[in-house]
Ligand binder design. Sequence first.
Ligand code: SF4
Length: 212
Amino acid sequence: MIRTFDDLPGNTSLVIHSLAGCNLHCFGCHNYDELVTSNHEHYLLAGDILQQIKMNGYLFDALIFSGGEFLMGNLTEITLFLADLKKGFPGKIIINTNGTFPEKIRHLLERELADGIHIDMKLPYHAFDKNVDMAAYQAVLGVVPTPALVQNMMSAIQLVIRHNSPFSQVRTVKYPVLSEEYFEQIRSYIDELKERYNSEVTYKLNEFYFSA
Ligand code: SF4
């Protein structure tokens, strides 16, 4: 758990990292070794987190669930957990995701179990075709990108922009292995989607930091 003021400006947020694993292995991921592949002896179960939030949740006005990839978890368990959380926590609930589970995002937004989604757009997925630079995709995502995977991430980004929550964000990390042209393509695609859906969702291009 980490307290943060930056992820959701204007709010004091608690970031809760899940140990659900991750289906990507992104370039320079700060969480991978610590959260995705390590064995943990000390962690909280869902019931422990609900209890902690019940006692100390007043210190925060937002909770951000991160990973690994939080949505790797079982959807029924996530749904029950967030529904219980909502009963006792009046602040905002945000889910961080790499976008590979659009149907889970849709499910949570339709039931108002998440107030916002912070979703990655790591590459210009909309320009993914037979001529794509696979080396760049693999360098960034750490996996071989299938058309289905890329389509899922595109669908999820469209869903989040269309939903138009003031608490959602689309985010890109300025990976040093990509040229400026990639970031220009991503930004112009996000601008196009926002215009198409009359959406105000925030877009952030974040600097890449090497982990120590
Ligand atoms: S999706 Fe996130 S947690 Fe997973 S490898 Fe990429 S940066 Fe790390």
